[in-house]
Ligand binder design. Structure first.
Ligand code: KMH
Ligand code: ZN
Length: 274
């Protein structure tokens, strides 16, 4: 088995400091959390933006400042989210102009808890094409089995280049549940040489990321995915969650992949890596 790529998802599109005071709430706090998560073993830093008042934002200037701030404090690979529930797709897609090494690509629209997660096919394909132009590696987020077919359609159209980097997102209300049999099916359907990970939210976080690691996948954690380190006990930091996941990987005899290895395996553009 290759070394697992550990991703730290520092903040998400829903929770705020009111839900857990350990969540980063400014560009500087995101950078500090990235540095600590990198030191704990994360090679990739997945980011939803916060402005300096702590608000969720898709402001391109904040995106540029965030990419730079993280690159200044650690070598972790910046992966900007183009997701989010509160913003228009047109505003979300322009975030790739901040030129992170990676960015998310969500192939399908869906219900997301009490919200709607809009990813209209035409603009989603424009975003995929723009990522190719800019040399940005998409992280394709699969929330349900049908999303996989959509992803393979993008490969056929030349809008996604191999090696693919895929996340199976489990536990979102409106998407698939954290069920190992679903994961086994999805992994079997992937093209050879695909790099994949489990993103599992809330209660599914620890068991499903552990199962993904045991199956040879990569894994993600962080306060976007879970605010709790165990039932009833809030996580104190992103680094704490990364340390725990790295401990799980090591107990399975899997050493987290270093940044240089991730750049090589995912064929990232070296000039976009800090
Ligand atoms: N919280 C994620 C599961 C993205 O980052 O592109 C949904 C999301 C996607 O925000
Ligand atoms: Zn996200």
């Amino acid at each position: 088995m290759v070394n697992p790529i550990i991703t730290a998802a520092l903040t998400g599109p829903v929770a705020t400091k009111a839900d857990n005071p350990g969540l980063p709430g400014s560009v500087a706090e995101i950078a500090a959390n990235a540095k600590a998560a990198y030191a704990a073993g994360a090679a990739v830093i997945h980011i939803h933006l916060r402005d300096d008042q702590g608000n969720m934002t898709v402001d391109l200037d904040v995106a540029r400042r965030t990419v730079e701030a993280v690159r200044d404090v650690c070598p972790g690979i910046v992966q900007l989210s183009t997701g989010g529930l509160a913003f228009a797709y047109e505003d979300r897609m322009k975030l790739v102009e901040a030129k992170p090494a990676m960015a998310t690509l969500n192939p399908c629209t869906m219900t997301f808890g009490a919200e709607e997660f809009r990813n209209p096919p035409k603009q989603m394909m424009e975003l995929a094409a723009r990522m190719i132009e800019l040399g940005i590696k998409p992280e394709v987020e699969i929330y349900d089995t049908g999303h996989l077919g959509m992803m393979m359609g993008l490969v056929k159209k030349g809008l996604l280049l191999e090696p693919l980097q895929v996340s199976f997102v489990m536990g979102v209300k409106g998407g698939m549940t954290g069920d190992p049999t679903l994961l086994a099916y999805l992994v079997r359907e992937l093209p050879p040489n695909t790099s994949w990970q489990v993103i599992a939210v809330a209660r599914a976080n620890l068991p499903m990321t552990t199962i993904g690691l045991a199956m040879g996948g990569n894994a993600r954690t962080g306060m976007e995915d879970t605010l709790m380190v165990e039932p009833g006990k809030p996580a104190i930091s992103n680094a704490q969650l990364v340390e725990r996941l790295v401990g799980v990987a090591r107990s399975l005899n899997r050493e987290p992949a270093a940044v240089a290895e991730v750049v090589e395996r995912l064929k990232l553009s070296p000039e976009l890596v800090g």
